[in-house]
Design a protein around this ligand. Sequence first.
Ligand SMILES: *[C@@H]1O[C@H](CO)[C@@H](O)[C@H](O)[C@H]1NC(C)=O
Length: 275
Amino acid sequence: MTNHNNNPISMIGFLFISVLVLAASSAENFNQDFQITWGDGRGMVLDDGSLLTLSLDKSSGSGFSSVNEYLFAKIDMQLKLVPGNSAGTVTTYYLSSEGSTHDEIDFEFLGNLSGDPYTLHTNIYALGTGNREQQFHLWFDPTLDFHTYSILWNPLTIIFSVDGRPIREYKNMESRGIPFPKSQAMRIYGSLWDAEDWATRGGLVKTDWTQAPFTTSFRGFTAQAGGTGDQSWLKQSVDAAGQASIKEVQAQYMIYNYCTDTTRFPQGVPPECSP
Ligand SMILES: *[C@@H]1O[C@H](CO)[C@@H](O)[C@H](O)[C@H]1NC(C)=O
């Protein structure tokens, strides 16, 4: 697909950086850092706190939230999504503050019929307003293995990455009057629920309840928060290689971008869409 994975020099550099990051932030424990918040036993922490599973059946889904709140964070989470016919199911993993003017940074995974691609949905709310959706298909089957989905949120930027590869950046453009989340602390949330009315092909494909219960697994959570440990991520932004990666991912895998949706925004797309 790209040649950057095959370059031995950058591969060595990549491995080296990975080792440093692992050393700096050991995996956290789901028992300590999260609470199952709903689902009446359908959410479970297993394997001494290293694995969290959420399940969904016809009566209910399930969800969790972090104990800690974060004002800026660099978060990695590995997810293995509902396999097989996952049409109608939605797995979420996001950061959110509370209240009517809340901020939010979202990853959502919309299931599909067996063999049809999941949709990775992203959105950003600032001061209660979202409407900043970008959607992607993935370059791998997200149900076969765990993959890492990361959010870097610092005062300069918000970066969404998949397996270390940046796919989207939302820069702080407050100097142009565009709101940016930066003063409300957020918790981390995850959930698995049914949205057969809209999730798959806009609601045409319904959930196949004969396949229930559906299960999504989470592991490998790490968080760097403002004020602890190495703080260099607080100043990080997407470098030239990262910008090239975002361009390439968006060219090949983006299936929806609010910034090009002139039907939805006949008076002109939102100001952050012009760089
Ligand atoms: C499901 O598969 C169809 C056909 O490939 C695709 O158009 C759609 O984006 C996929 N995802 C969802 C959530 O409908």
